[in-house]
Ligand binder design. Structure first.
Ligand code: ZN
Ligand code: FE
Length: 765
């Protein structure tokens, strides 16, 4: 016999709403340990008594094998005097009014549940709403807290005897699974066409599969909203979806049946496989397999494609042996939030979908699919929503701040106790619908996290709707410069506090001099920043028009590069390349009307895309730059990336200005004289990397800082990020990049919160 031992264990981290107590219960009971377990806002606490060996096994299991959704930050153990507990019990949570209750994201259907829906002898065979403690909807169905069935959209379904038994049994996989249901008591599916309900279909999902094979388009209600769905292998269907959605080029995401199908269509790394089949199942950007034909309409002019795995039982049931690839694109009107309510979907999607597959498990809060990319072996979240939100970031002592983020790819962020919680992707706040959705989501976060902000942080941009929201609130307002927020978001993610060199490259951000910044080199910490260098300003002829029409930026850059060679020469070059409309832009440039200045890296890439003849006008945000990246001719297998590049200049002693005129001149001369540009996209990417390294070296020499943080939407470019990390590392820099938090404006609110918190702490609020 081993001696009796009693240990008090505190587990700190993300341990609530992730099935931690049942895990402890089952583990303790199987090892014949006695005592109790309970939650409070700090974490999970347990008091365990048993023989030494079993206790050690329990602790090893806790460390090595915790529930998949949990994230343990710290385990504290304290030996106590034995008191001979008689049994093991789950105690009620300590709830206090204003303490935060963490909520799990929506999690993809687990292996056990998949087994059940595929088992002819199981009660839940083919049941599309099967879920358990380890999987299923959470965040999207919770109306308020505490997280009980009554406070979710599952309230209207009364659990049958069978489900109740599972729900009440601590040893069952469905113990306290709030959305638990079965065909007898749970939600149901039904079909409609544009005229209304289709009756007498015995097998609605079978009907969907047959119609998809005929090329029909469905609006299918999922976990966080509706998708528009069609057979991805049917070009005709995909083309017709594009036409009806009025979406010319923006790539569609696809859902593939299993890993064999993924491997048929795409080149997939081990890390990518792991994410595709993991518990969150975001859209993963993969490289298309060039030797297999895939309808070009899915992702025109792209080498990559967004792929996800079926993540609900319903999705799994949509596939069969003849249907193995589906287009799955968010169902929304252009620029509008995703549809998530049956009645509204029916109205808004009637010109797009042939049929609807509805269900009656209401979605309380819409959540889009998340999008990730693997760069240098690490997952990088590009769009953070389903599967990740509202998982918190743990910090020390933070003031109750609401940060409202950017206008583009909006997310907001709340700070409470030791947690920062970033909202789901809210889209671009440039119409009433997305703005209302943003406000509704803020109210929802205040409600479910019992959050009452005392401060509000926002961007400095005078025209952002998010900033207008901040101005209207009565809270103390703190404005944060856009690129400062970008770099700090990267610092928070990497738990950095000391000063860094920040390289912030993006499309648009309001600068303190009123110009549009976006090619910035900062020295900063949370408190403040110094703009130590930037790309030389050029003019955006026509203002916002130059964002969509990349050829305008091309003309502006060419004009800037050649203007010192005389008016005649610059005119003839621009006329040769862009004709009369190019000459008109020269007039605009000279008039100075609607001609803001910019140092934007996004606009630089746009200009290059047009000069290389790749994309002159963007149909969706970032198209010109994305296609420029897609035009890179890399022999990835041979890992052969010749370090060819263009010339450039860096001017200044105190402040460093990057002048790319020499590169532009070289490209234009090649184009006009030789009518051929040799590896232009590769050379320009390499040039930008050289500029980053050179600038960082100059800055390091001056201020002796060796840490570099890379942020801003431009770093979604895989080649650029990979190469920048490699080259900076070769030059002995410590490089910090984004993983969990988007490098684009989707991560901005996180940086705003940290800057605001520092400001509040150092001021006397
Ligand atoms: Zn499950
Ligand atoms: Fe930005």
């Amino acid at each position: 016999m081993f001696p009796l031992r009693r240990v008090y264990i505190k587990v700190i981290g993300i341990v609530q709403g992730v099935g931690f107590r049942p895990f402890v219960y089952n583990s303790a009971v199987s090892l014949k340990l006695k005592g109790w377990v309970k939650n409070n806002s700090e974490g999970v606490f347990m008091d365990l008594e048993g023989d030494e060996k079993s206790l050690n096994m329990f602790i090893d299991n806790l460390r090595g094998n915790p529930p998949p959704l949990s994230r343990i930050e710290k385990i504290e153990l304290e030996d106590m005097e034995t008191i001979n507990y008689l049994c093991f019990e789950i105690k009620n949570s300590d709830t206090s009014e204003d303490k935060i209750t963490l909520i799990s994201p929506d999690i993809a259907v687990c292996k056990d549940c998949i087994r059940e829906i595929q088992d002819n002898n199981n009660k839940r065979c083919k049941y599309p709403f099967t879920n358990c403690t380890n999987c299923g909807p959470r965040f999207s169905i919770i109306k308020s807290i505490p997280y009980d069935r009554d406070k979710t959209t599952m309230k209207k379904f009364l659990m049958c005897k069978f489900c109740t038994m599972e729900y009440k049994n601590p040893a069952d996989r469905r113990f306290h699974a709030q959305p638990n249901s079965c065909p007898e008591c749970g939600p149901e599916l039904w079909l409609e066409d544009i005229y209304g309900k289709i009756e007498n279909v015995l097998n609605p999902i079978g009907f969907v599969r047959e119609k998809l094979k005929e090329g029909k388009i469905f609006a299918v209600k999922g976990i966080g909203g509706f998708h528009l769905v069609c057979d991805a292998e049917n070009s005709e269907a995909v083309r017709s979806l594009r036409e009806r959605k009025k979406r010319k080029y923006k790539p569609f995401a696809i859902m593939l049946k299993d890993m064999d199908v993924v491997k048929k269509y795409c080149i997939v790394t081990e890390k990518e496989e792991e994410i595709l089949s993991g518990i969150r199942k975001p859209i993963v950007i993969l490289q298309k397999n060039p030797s297999i034909h895939f309808p070009e309409e899915i992702a025109p002019k792209q080498k990559n494609i967004g792929v996800m795995f079926p993540y609900t039982p319903l999705h799994i049931l949509l596939f069969d042996n003849e249907l193995e690839a589906l287009v799955m694109t968010s169902a929304n009107g252009y620029g509008l939030p995703i549809e998530y309510e049956n009645e509204s979907a029916k109205k808004k999607l009637k010109d797009i979908a042939d049929y609807y597959l509805f269900h009656n498990r209401d979605i309380h809060i819409p959540v889009d699919d998340s999008v990730v990319k693997v760069i240098k072996g690490k997952m990088r979240i590009i769009r953070r929503a389903r599967g990740f939100v509202p998982e918190p970031i743990i910090v020390n002592n933070i003031k109750p701040i609401l940060a409202v983020g950017s206008n583009m790819k909006n997310t907001f962020c709340i700070a409470k106790e030791n947690f920062l919680i970033l909202s789901q992707h809210n889209g671009d706040l440039d119409n009433v619908e997305t703005y209302e959705n943003f406000i509704r989501n803020i109210e929802h976060f205040k409600n479910i996290f019992q959050f009452s902000p005392q401060f509000i942080a926002c961007d400095m941009h005078p025209d952002y709707l998010s900033s207008a929201y901040a101005s209207e609130s009565k809270l103390e307002k703190i404005q944060v410069q856009h690129h400062h927020a970008h770099i700090v978001s990267c610092m928070v993610e990497n738990k950095l506090k000391e000063k860094v060199i920040g390289v912030a490259f993006d499309g648009t951000g309001y600068g303190i001099d009123g110009a549009i910044w976006g090619g910035e080199f900062l020295i900063c910490d949370y408190r403040s920043f110094e703009r130590i260098g930037h790309f030389q300003y050029v003019i955006m002829p026509g203002g916002d028009k130059a964002v969509k029409e990349s050829w305008r930026m091309a003309v502006s850059y060419i004009y800037e590069a050649f203007k010192c060679e005389g008016e005649g020469k610059v005119k003839s070059i621009i006329e040769k390349l862009y004709g009369d409309k190019g000459l008109n832009i020269i007039k605009v440039l000279k008039s100075g009307i609607n001609c803001p200045k910019t140092s934007s890296m996004g606009r630089f890439f746009d200009a290059m895309s047009s000069i290389f003849g790749i994309c002159h006008e963007s149909d969706y945000e970032g198209q010109a730059a994305i296609e420029l990246e897609a035009a890179l001719e890399l022999k990835i297998s041979a890992n052969e990336e010749i370090d060819i590049s263009y010339p450039y200049e860096i001017r200044g002693e105190e402040n460093f200005i990057v002048d790319a005129s020499k590169a532009i001149k070289k490209i234009v001369e090649e184009k006009i004289i030789l009518n051929k540009i040799e590896k232009g996209p590769l050379k320009i990417h390499n040039t930008i990397v050289h500029i980053i390294v050179d600038m960082c070296k100059k800055i390091r020499n001056k201020v002796h800082i060796n840490k570099v943080a890379l942020s801003g939407g431009v770093f979604q470019n895989s080649y650029l990020l990979r190469k920048a990390i490699d080259e900076l590392t070769k030059n002995d820099f410590l490089v910090y990049t984004h993983k969990e938090i988007p490098c684009n404006d989707g991560g901005l609110s996180l940086g705003q919160i940290a800057v605001a918190n520092e400001f509040i702490e150092s001021s006397n609020f």
